[in-house]
Design a protein around this ligand. Structure first.
Ligand code: AMP
Length: 280
């Protein structure tokens, strides 16, 4: 495994054997099984696998959140050692040198949900992902369904800007009690960790209600809200039943939907979602 800080080093390894297929797994580090499942998928589908570890300042709309984002580079590199061929660990100054001026703004699909709750977030995400694509020039790039809107935004950017690569999506990896794995889970107190199971419970309850015949989106949202509201110290940021591609709120669930929510558990902001597939 080659670890590079500067861009030239990455490019050199990437183009040593130009005919090999490369998969890229972008991350912000503090790695867990969710990240590693993407690495595993990338290994199965490519000759070589690269990862990036970069806590991207431009996608944080809150200085405190950025300052307290969990980090452990040594441990991350240990987890990746036998799994990937190349890791890029740039500094913020390398990615955004003085006089940096260019940002990518995906429009409609980036506006609701996380886009509304975290102004500027997807501008930062799209910008850094475009830069990663240009630095690595991978054949395939891997993203988690856990960040469903991020997937939609990146797919839109790839289509609109003609990036020559394939976006591959990995299923959300969960703890045994259903909590979606996240680097932010470490910020939960033991009591908060218990309460955090409410997110997946709410999503699962809405999915069951849909399967039992409830197709009214507002009733499904209300079902999710009532479960979260039953948890002391939980505060809803949003609850959504939206079109799986447009991410626009639905009136009725007729042909697939994305159930998603963002909840503060004792001031730790968690997100989760379930994709309800199109009917056959
Ligand atoms: P992050 O380090 O949080 O930016 O995540 C890096 C990548 O891992 C993103 O594509 C995430 O969607 C993905 N990811 C994060 N958590 C999970 C999870 N629990 N299951 C699957 N993928 C995940």
């Amino acid at each position: 495994m080659k670890v590079c800080v500067d861009i030239e080093g990455v490019r050199q390894v990437r183009w040593q054997e130009p005919l090999l297929q490369w998969g890229l797994v972008p991350t912000m580090g503090y790695l867990h099984e969710g990240h590693l499942s993407l690495v595993h998928q990338a290994r199965q589908e490519n000759d070589r696998v690269a990862a990036s570890i970069f806590v991207n300042p431009t996608q944080f709309n809150n200085r405190d959140d950025l300052a307290h984002y969990p980090r452990n580079l040594e441990h991350d590199l240990e987890l990746l050692r036998e799994q990937v061929d190349l890791v890029w660990t740039p500094t913020p100054e390398l990615v955004y040198p003085p006089n940096y001026q260019t940002y990518i703004q995906v429009e409609k699909v980036a506006q609701p949900l996380e886009g509304a709750a975290r102004p500027g977030h997807f501008r930062g995400v799209a910008t850094v992902v475009a830069k990663l694509f240009n630095v690595f020039q991978p054949n395939r790039a891997y993203f988690g369904q856990k960040d469903a809107q991020q997937v939609a935004v990146i797919k839109q950017m790839v289509q609109d800007l003609n990036f020559n690569l394939e976006i591959r999506i990995g299923q959300t990896v969960r703890e045994n009690d259903g909590l979606a794995m996240s680097s932010r889970n470490v910020k939960l107190s033991p009591a908060g960790r218990q309460k955090a199971t409410a997110l997946y419970q709410a999503l699962s309850a809405a999915k069951e209600a849909l399967e039992a015949g409830q197709t009214e989106a507002e009733a499904l949202r209300q079902q999710m809200r009532s479960i979260i509201e039953g948890v002391e110290g939980a505060r809803i940021d949003y609850v959504s039943v939206a079109g799986p591609d447009s991410l626009e709120e639905l009136d009725y669930v007729e042909n697939g939907a994305l159930f998603s929510l963002a909840v503060f558990i004792d001031e730790v902001r968690l997100i989760d979602n379930i994709l309800v597939p199109h009917k056959k």
